[in-house]
Design a binder for this molecule. Structure first.
Ligand SMILES: NC(=O)c1ccc[n+]([C@@H]2O[C@H](COP(=O)([O-])OP(=O)(O)OC[C@H]3O[C@@H](n4cnc5c(N)ncnc54)[C@H](OP(=O)(O)O)[C@@H]3O)[C@@H](O)[C@H]2O)c1
Length: 305
């Protein structure tokens, strides 16, 4: 299968490239600013996806069987700061790709987020009403609506949780950011009362490959890990996984922090019906930890302690 992958240099996109190439699919990756090596790609092209014409030209030139959209402005704070740019990438781009997929009779796989819910009534089923509390969440909801209005019979959207894994930049995921802070001796306050059903990108990538290979799973689905943990418990398990002391982890409560008032307390999701329809199974956090490595830029520090 010929797969066009946007966001190939991101945390999830880079994991998808490897998973799809293991299944012998040809993956053509689009990156933005990243210029390093990405394993699993048949070819790679730098394109500014904010540019509608360049995007359209590349999609038509590749003529893929599937488009997998992992590109995004994925930091909620950046979406607040740059509403127009982020709207282009998080809403207009998926809508454009959905329309191109329909035109080419290709599948379209789009990534949304657990953040479409407000976190007060978990676990969330895929049919539950969304309730957005920030710009990023609003953009994800708008993208879902646009994609499925434009190309219902071609599109699958997966709402995913906080992601774990090893990123090409080495500073994108939770364990990478915690290790960087700890390498600088910084204390890290982590909430005991904010829960997420974290998922390893390699596991999610296997799900995306299954979706590429299946014709019967159109619509909006949920995928995540098999358990929900507080951020404090995640941080503690990460420290233990790397044999580090937990003394730099500070137990904090979101309820005590005014700035955290608009964060969702618990974004756990119900994974049915997808969980029962796929070969890939959701993983515990301990299973995910086995795949995490120390980023290259922190190895000298790590080996010295
Ligand atoms: N990470 C999480 O915890 C999380 C949680 C829930 C949902 N999600 C969703 O999952 C999907 C993947 O997220 P991720 O964490 O893998 O994202 P990421 O690591 O932040 O990567 C974003 C990707 O988008 C590309 N990109 C950004 N602006 C671009 C532009 N103007 N032109 C071309 N490419 C551009 C980046 O390319 P360059 O780096 O090369 O510029 C990068 O490949 C997103 O839809 C995100 O919203 C992520």
């Amino acid at each position: 299968m010929k797969i066009l992958l946007t966001g190939a240099s991101g945390l999830l996109g880079s994991a998808f490239a490897k998973a799809a190439s293991r299944r012998k699919h040809g993956v053509i990756g689009i990156v933005g600013s990243f210029s390093g090596q990405i394993d699993g790609l048949e070819s790679k092209r730098k394109i500014d996806l904010l540019d509608r014409f360049a995007t359209e030209r590349k999609v038509l030139e590749v003529f893929p069987d599937v488009i997998v959209n992992c590109a995004a402005f994925s930091y909620p704070s950046r979406c607040e700061e740059e509403p127009e740019k982020s709207n282009r990438l998080n809403v207009e781009l998926p809508a454009q790709l959905a329309s191109l997929a329909k035109h080419l009779f290709a599948k379209f796989i789009h990534i949304s987020s657990e953040q479409v819910f407000d976190g007060h009534n978990p676990p969330y089923r895929r049919t539950d009403s969304v309730s957005v509390i920030n710009h990023y969440a609003k953009q994800k909801v708008d993208s879902e609506q646009r994609v499925h209005e434009i190309a219902a019979e071609f599109a699958t959207t997966l709402r995913v949780p906080l992601l774990s894994g090893n990123s090409p930049s080495g500073n994108r995921s939770l364990h990478e950011r915690l290790l960087r802070d700890w390498s600088q001796g910084k204390e890290t306050p982590l909430f005991t009362d904010e829960r997420r059903q974290v998922c390893l990108v390699d596991n999610l990538a296997d799900v995306l490959v299954e979706l590429c290979e299946r014709n019967d799973l159109k619509g909006i689905y949920h995928w995540a890990g098999s358990e929900s943990l507080s951020r404090y418990d995640m941080g503690t398990k990460i420290a233990e996984r790397f044999g580090l002391s937990t003394e730099l982890i500070v137990s904090a409560k979101r309820d005590d922090q005014a700035w955290a008032a608009n964060r969702q307390p618990d974004l756990s999701m119900d994974l049915e019906p997808l969980k029962g329809l796929l070969k890939t199974s959701p993983q515990t956090f301990d299973q995910q930890l086995e795949s995490l490595i120390v980023p290259v830029q922190l190895r000298a520090w790590y080996n010295s302690i």
